[in-house]
Design a protein. Structure first.
Lengths: 329, 337, 367
């Protein structure tokens, strides 16, 4: 395999381009994805390469375009919807939750909605409360949707290609802060199975579970912790639905200590589900310390940089919390 | 397995003036009427579960529109959707089985009255969300255009749906992309208990098309011929790549909104008045007047459709109940299927 | 013409029956489809019933104030048209109510189940412990109240228990086990106790197999306790109590050290003893074998010990220790030490007990 360093945004664009070359039913629709190249530059030159029919620029009409994607998917197309900010999925929730998620089950199984919905997620850009949310739990709570959060350029390409193979609606939440980060990405097409969690670092002292941007932030924290003699294991929950608990349970049984890191507000957040599943199984008996969640504050994301940083776990927060968990009660 | 004979377009453009088209349209009208009367009766006797929305009185809309469609054309339907299913050619037995919560139902008992879909006849599904199917119809039409075929998509919805954002977004997308979609509004005058006079300031819902830059027409929704003619023109336009049309079919539901409706919001006189405009009686009368059908033929079709519905009930009743064991495995489609 | 029943209609999703408020027609009346023929009351409101058909009223099975199930007939008509559903569900037109079971499953019948009063579980709130520590303590028969947490927060962790889960490894396990023993036996300080030792002559050798030997020794000891009534007591909270069930804590060696499963010496206990001891050797002690010993058996005869004074603790009022087996001439003897709670027995009782034990043991060995 050819290894190159490209950005997260480039990896996504490459996956879309390769899928469109391979399958004529794949097309993309969204706001400002045409000549503008996408609000975060993801679609880039795809418009020039594939033309306006397959890179379908839309009016500002989230409910309409997600509905159109559902309808096209029902009759054999493979739409990739880009919602400019994941916050705007609220405008399209009927089509996502009541239509896309339920059609296969509710209508008896003949039809399905092989749609991919991509949306930039998360805070850190000073975009304030309506452009910075982490809404993954909304989608993960709806049976019928699959939800993935790629944590690196490599993950972004592999998960997107897997999402495009999937006959079900898949929500891909891409973190805004990752778009410009770089990493090794094979040029060839490859798939990362949806419904798997991934151990990204070995360690014996404590297990950190994270998704999306919190994975790279936790890995960075792990290096600092290593310098302090604390070797943490890091598990990337790349797929929230379906959720693969096996690597998490295995790690917890090994370390006996677990810290769950998420950007989204703590209350009823996704990591509450992970904590509950640890508690439901025999991993619980291996815990030597209580489960620790390190989450966003239960507030809307504020504008000012110092405020924004203070409501979401930062590198130092992860290090400090890990030291505490490691020291024990 | 029991369904109506495929609806036939009239040779001379008027459904009731042509024997084959009149006979097929009457089958559709009566199958819908008897199916829904049977459902009403089953519910009243406590033999049917849940709730359902009856379109008794509105049969001409689905019948007239579907007479203008091919089998390969698609429809999206509503919570009041039995008529659309039947007119597009669905199997009455599988529909009845679904309502009776049977494993052999269209949705294997998971959807019920409000969610019948039939891939075979191009029915992309009835929708429990008001206006939920309209953007889906636009998307299915987008796919036809991208694939380069001349299939069209009809979206059925009620007057209430035209106050939803989804209606307006779908109308706009269909307009700017010249999509082969026909928006068919069954204006039965009430969104549950709210009259159109209460819920909108315009006189005709068809006027709403103008703001998106395409044609809207209002027709007598209790007249199969009028509905067909408007639909046929819109279908021809859509197949020719000339974009969407909004057809408002003014009609009336004889029954309440659903099974918990006490009809407190409309008068007996109004209901009785609309019953005199019953689309089936009118159609029979026109067909006999035009010499397309005689009374014996009408009686024979009536008997045939009664039998078809009774057969559907008998066959559906003997089917196994829907099976909870398969629920968890049914949420997602398996890859490769 | 056909008989058609107008039935009690289901008018809402939850309606199962309705009350007849008024019947508006009489036998022989002509009715037309859509005509209001009756008024029925539901839990929410009174509602009019319209006839689905035109025809002549033949019968009126319902009368004012009747409560009638959904689907049962109110009025029977002689109709011109046939009822669309007639005969499909075994209902004779206008006759009996629909008899066939509804195709839709009825609500599940919730059976009332008498719930036995569970014995009140020990409160977990009195001890702070991680779930893993609780599980291990339960497996090992350790009372967490006797364990001291090593952390400042007072939360007991597995490492505080001094015993280890299966497969786990630790260098200081013996140290931990000793600490635990120290905690457990500290209650012995509250029991005034004394011991007496005697060499007991054996007419036959003790069984080689340790479980068989335990059963033999326990049999002899239980007979002894039965016969000396005064010893079969406990002194608890300043009062004497008869021991209702003799329960013996039997010292058992395991890979991880010594444990003491408690065997109740009632019924056919001999048949079950080997299983309890076997489980204990595998670190499994059932809840009923965890505590409540009234006496103890400590067999150290395989360790070259001549005499052992184990301590009475907890609810124990007596204990018997088996020491070295010696051969003097052609006479085989074992050193037997009994430990007694001075409040229930004096040295005279003790001497009597030692003598009796020797005799009962030889009887058991012969038997």
């Amino acid at each position: 395999m050819t290894e190159r360093i490209i950005t997260y945004a480039e990896a996504i664009r490459e996956a879309i381009g390769q899928a469109m070359e391979t399958d004529e039913n794949v097309f993309m629709l969204g706001e400002d994805i045409g000549i503008y190249g996408g609000a975060f530059g993801v679609s880039g030159d795809l418009y020039q390469r594939f033309g306006k029919e397959r890179i379908l620029d839309t009016p500002i009409s989230e409910l309409g375009i997600v509905g159109a994607a559902v309808g096209a998917a029902l009759v054999g197309m493979k739409p990739i919807v880009e919602i400019q900010f994941s916050d705007f999925t609220a405008q399209a929730m009927d089509q996502i939750v009541n239509q896309a998620a339920k059609i296969h089950f509710m209508l008896g199984g003949e039809l399905s909605v092989p749609m991919v919905l991509r949306a930039p997620s998360g805070s850190g850009t000073g975009a304030a409360a309506q452009h910075s949310q982490s809404l993954e739990t909304w989608f993960a709570h709806v049976p019928g949707l699959k939800v993935v959060m790629p944590s690196s350029p490599y993950e972004a390409k592999g998960l997107l290609l897997a999402a495009l193979d999937d006959p079900n609606p898949v929500i891909v939440l891409e973190h805004k802060l990752l778009y410009k980060t770089s990493g090794h990405v094979p040029e060839e097409q490859y798939r990362i199975p949806i419904g798997t969690s991934n151990k990204v670092r070995d360690g014996r002292a404590l297990t950190i579970v994270a998704s999306g941007v919190m994975v790279s932030r936790s890995l960075e924290a792990a290096e600092t912790l290593s310098g302090m003699g604390i070797e943490v294991e890091v598990i990337d929950v790349r797929s929230l639905s379906p959720l693969d608990m096996a690597p998490i349970n295995e790690s917890v049984k090994k370390t006996g200590k677990v810290m769950l890191v998420q950007e989204a507000p703590k209350h009823v957040g996704f990591m509450a589900e992970v904590a509950a599943r640890i508690a439901e199984g025999d991993a619980l008996y291996h815990l030597t310390e209580p489960v620790r969640r390190l989450c966003g504050m239960d507030v809307p994301i504020p504008y000012a940089p110092q405020l924004e940083k203070s409501v979401v776990p930062q590198l130092d927060d992860i290090v400090a919390a890990a030291v505490e968990v490691n020291r024990g009660i | 397995m029991t369904s109506i004979s495929p609806l036939l377009a009239p040779a001379k453009g008027v459904v009731s003036h042509d024997q084959p088209s009149a006979a097929s349209a009457l089958e559709s009208l009566l199958a819908i009427r008897f199916f829904e009367e049977a459902v009403d009766g089953l519910f009243a006797r406590g033999l049917m579960h849940g709730t359902m929305h009856l379109s008794i009185g509105q049969e001409a809309v689905a019948t007239g529109v579907c007479a203008a469609l091919r089998k390969t054309d698609f429809i999206t339907s509503t919570h009041r959707g039995h008529s659309h299913c039947i007119a597009k050619g669905a199997d009455l037995t599988r529909m009845m089985a679904e309502l009776l919560a049977k494993q052999t139902g269209y949705c294997r008992g998971r959807g019920g009255s409000m969610h019948i879909a039939d891939v075979e006849t191009g029915n992309l599904g009835a929708n429990g969300i008001v206006a939920g199917g309209i953007p889906i119809a636009a998307g299915a039409a987008l796919a036809q255009k991208m694939k380069g075929n001349d299939n069209v998509v009809v979206s059925f919805f009620g007057d209430g749906a035209t106050n939803e954002g989804a209606f307006h977004e779908a109308m706009n997308l269909a307009a700017i992309w010249d999509l082969p979609v026909i928006f068919v509004c069954e204006n039965n005058k009430y969104g549950m208990s709210n009259s159109t006079e209460f819920s909108m300031r315009i006189e005709n819902i068809a006027e709403r098309a103008a703001s998106y830059g395409f044609e809207g027409v209002t027709v007598d929704g209790n007249d199969v011929d009028e509905v067909f003619q408007a639909a046929a023109a819109a279908v021809e336009k859509a197949r020719g790549g000339k974009g969407p049309t909004l057809i408002e079919c003014v009609t009336y539901r004889h029954k309440g909104h659903s099974k918990s409706d006490k009809n407190l919001y409309r008068t007996k006189e109004e209901i009785e008045d609309w019953k005199t405009k019953d689309p089936i009686g009118r159609f029979e009368h026109k067909a006999i007047e035009a010499g397309a059908l005689n009374q014996d033929q009408v009686d024979a079709i009536t008997e045939k459709m009664r039998d078809a519905v009774r057969t559907a009930i008998t066959e559906a009743s003997s089917a196994p109940d829907s099976d909870p064991a398969e629920l968890l495995a049914s949420v997602y489609r398996e890859a490769g299927k | 013409m056909a008989r058609t029943a107008l039935v009690m209609p289901k008018m809402s999703m939850t309606m199962t029956e309705g009350e007849v408020v008024e019947i508006l027609v009489s036998i022989g009346d002509q009715v037309t489809a859509g005509q209001v023929v009756a008024v029925v009351g539901t839990d929410k409101t009174d509602m009019e019933v319209e006839s689905d058909h035109s025809g002549t009223v033949l019968e009126i099975p319902a009368k004012h104030a009747d409560v009638i199930e959904v689907g049962a007939p109110l009025i029977v008509l002689d109709t011109e048209g046939e009822d669309l559903l007639a005969g499909l569900f075994g209902d004779a037109p206008g006759g009996e109510a629909v008899t066939e079971e509804a195709p839709v499953a009825a609500s599940p019948v919730v059976e009332e189940v008498a719930i036995e009063q569970e014995p009140e579980p020990a409160l977990t709130s009195e001890v702070l412990a991680m779930p893993g520590a609780r599980k291990l303590a339960k497996e090992q028969g350790i009372d967490l109240a006797t364990v001291t947490a090593s952390s400042q927060t007072g939360v007991i962790k597995q490492s505080d228990l001094g015993v280890l889960a299966k497969g786990a490894v630790s260098d200081d396990k013996k140290q931990k086990a000793r600490l635990l023993t120290a905690k457990v036996v500290s209650t012995a300080l509250n029991i005034p106790q004394f011991s007496l030792t005697k060499a007991v002559e054996l007419s036959n050798p003790l069984p080689e197999n340790s479980d068989s030997r335990t059963v033999v020794l326990l049999s002899a000891w239980s007979k002894t306790l039965e016969e000396i009534q005064s010893m079969n007591q406990q002194f608890v909270d300043g009062e004497f109590h008869e021991v209702s069930e003799v329960r013996a804590a039997v010292l058992t060696q395991t890979e991880l050290g010594f444990v003491s499963p408690v065997i109740p010496l009632t019924g056919h206990w001999q048949d079950k003893a080997a299983a309890v001891l076997g489980d204990a050797r595998n670190n499994k002690i059932a809840l009923e074998n965890l505590s409540g010993a009234t006496t103890s058996l400590t067999d150290l005869s395989g360790f070259g010990i001549s005499q052992a004074n184990t301590l009475l603790f907890g609810s124990q009022s007596s204990g018997i220790n088996i020491g070295n087996i010696s051969l003097v001439g052609d006479v085989v003897t074992i050193d037997v030490t009994i430990v007694l709670d001075h409040r229930i027995a004096d040295p005279g009782d003790g001497a009597k007990a030692l003598d009796l034990f020797g005799r009962r043991l030889n009887e058991v060995l012969v038997g």
